[in-house]
Write a protein that binds this ligand. Structure first.
Ligand SMILES: NC(=O)c1ccc[n+]([C@@H]2O[C@H](COP(=O)([O-])OP(=O)(O)OC[C@H]3O[C@@H](n4cnc5c(N)ncnc54)[C@H](OP(=O)(O)O)[C@@H]3O)[C@@H](O)[C@H]2O)c1
Length: 204
């Protein structure tokens, strides 16, 4: 499968590297084509770094690993229609205040023909692609308006190693998912490292 991964930060490079290790064909979408960053990321990952538009042309699936505040502007003009957009992003502003419209819903509204699936946004980057490294079960959520797209993303999450996957249904769930960001930050402050996650336990 061909992926365009938008953003070359911690999340983008982690997800891109895992997708490549699973045999997928990845191109990063980046603002930073000039100067050292693109060549450093390219050399470190072995993944081509291109513009957001080129990466989107390449991808059958798109991954949003951009700061929420800049995602819509960066994805505008990209070939997204009909593709699955895996949205991992959060608004930085969600850390310490309520958000008017969750990012997942805002992206779906901005790009109505995309098959958006929100997932992994409340999980530390290194655990996204190696959940077993925590040494205990823990949970990941997903949501999207297209049930078939949710099922395809669930299959990808299983390939990443996830077992406790909670499909929350349509994109109304984005608010609850994105409001986990302040909890993540609070726990990070308590523990002093990102080696934790939540587990949902249900009787029966
Ligand atoms: N880090 C985590 O553990 C974690 C966990 C869950 C969710 N998330 C979410 O996942 C997303 C990515 O996280 P991250 O830690 O990788 O973020 P990041 O390092 O802050 O940014 C990711 C990339 O976005 C691009 N970018 C930065 N500022 C931009 C701007 N003004 N306009 C366009 N592109 C810009 C940069 O790539 P280029 O220089 O190549 O353009 C940057 O490397 C965020 O929304 C974050 O909230 C992060």
């Amino acid at each position: 499968m061909k992926f365009g991964v938008m953003g070359t930060g911690q999340v983008g490079t982690t997800i891109g590297g895992k997708l490549q290790a699973l045999g997928h064909d990845v191109v990063f979408g980046s603002r930073s084509l000039e100067g050292g960053k693109a060549s450093r990321v390219g050399a470190e990952t072995g993944i081509r770094v291109a513009s957001h538009q080129e990466a989107a042309e390449h991808g059958e699936w798109i991954v949003n690993a951009l700061p929420g505040e800049h995602a819509i502007a960066s994805l505008t003009g990209c070939a997204l229609d009909g593709k699955i957009l895996v949205d991992i992003g959060n608004y930085e502003a969600a850390v310490d205040g309520p958000i008017a419209m969750p990012l997942g819903q805002a992206l779906q509204a901005a790009f109505p023909a995309v098959r958006l699936v929100k997932t992994l946004n409340s999980v530390s980057a290194h655990l996204m692609v190696d959940p077993d490294s925590l040494g205990a079960d823990h949970s990941v959520f997903l949501a999207g308006n297209d049930a078939a797209a949710r099922a395809e993303v669930e299959t990808l999450l299983r390939a990443f190693g996830w077992r406790s996957i909670l499909d929350l249904g349509d994109l109304e769930a984005c608010r609850a998912m994105e409001e986990l960001v302040p909890m993540w930050m609070r726990l990070f402050g308590k523990f002093g490292d990102p080696n934790f996650n939540l587990l949902v336990v249900r009787q029966g």
